[in-house]
Design a protein around this ligand. Sequence first.
Ligand SMILES: [Fe+2]
Length: 232
Amino acid sequence: MVSFLCLARNEYILKTNTMSMEQNNIFHSFIWKTKLDYKEKNKLIKKIEHNYFENPDKTPKKWKCKVHSSYEDRNLSLDTIPLDLIYLIENKVNAFLDAYFRTNEIIGNYFIAEYWYNAYKGFQFQEPHEHGDSLFSGCYYLKFNKDKHCQTTFYNPNFRIEFDKLKNNPYFCYTPECEEDDLIIFPSALMHSTEGIIDKNECEELRITISFNIINDHVYNTNRSKNNLNYH
Ligand SMILES: [Fe+2]
């Protein structure tokens, strides 16, 4: 009984203090979303399906997940992702960068340094991760059935905690509603993940995304290996 009273008293004090505190909201995160109308997408899907069935477990060595990905295979990315799709993505990215940089007074030259694709089936997934020293990253949902495929979840960058335990709390975890043909752009440091497939034993359709990184040319030339994809 005594402990209960103390607890209640502490809560009351905390509440009273909170009410008198001033809150300043700083450094908002955002996800920018648009549509891509890629006419040749069925041809590209068939190509990726073919690559997938040749080697379903093609996961980059350092990734702590299970996914078929061209990330580490420069030639596979170049051979698979066609230039007409790259140009479409670049148009959208340039429109975004123009508006964002003008609004936020950011200077420097930025370009898309890397493209790769990811394909998921069964129990494949991607763990919470971020995209290194890029400024922004993007994801095009090439083949995505929102009734069968899991969305991408983003995590509150203010905390380093076990987000898996807080999936239903929108303060810590945010899952935007995306659909096929959506293209999203987000800050590269924003941690994100996907569980891949909803019904892991039933779904026969691959979940396929095309990803890319937008990086400052100085950072790219000084800090990174040049073995990355570069269409410029
Ligand atoms: Fe990612």
